[in-house]
Write a protein that binds this ligand. Structure first.
Ligand code: FES
Length: 64
């Protein structure tokens, strides 16, 4: 079985880490980011959505 092109890791009480060859675009297709690794907010508290800014560490976000 080959390695996936993109891997998404759910961090306990934190973001989704996305690693691989991908790009993040808005609804119009404009590129927001193109890196090999990004962290996407899943707590809803980031001031830089869709990216994690570390707010999950202070806003009481609790998810496995
Ligand atoms: S998951 Fe990090 S700021 Fe939301």
């Amino acid at each position: 079985m080959s390695e996936p092109a993109v891997r998404i890791t759910v961090c306990p009480e934190g973001p989704l880490l996305v690693r691989g060859d991908f790009e993040v675009v808005d609804v119009e297709g404009n590129r927001l980011d193109k890196r090999r690794t990004i962290a996407l907010c899943r707590c809803g508290g980031s001031a830089t959505k869709p990216f994690c800014d570390g707010t999950h560490k202070v806003n009481g976000f609790e998810r496995p």
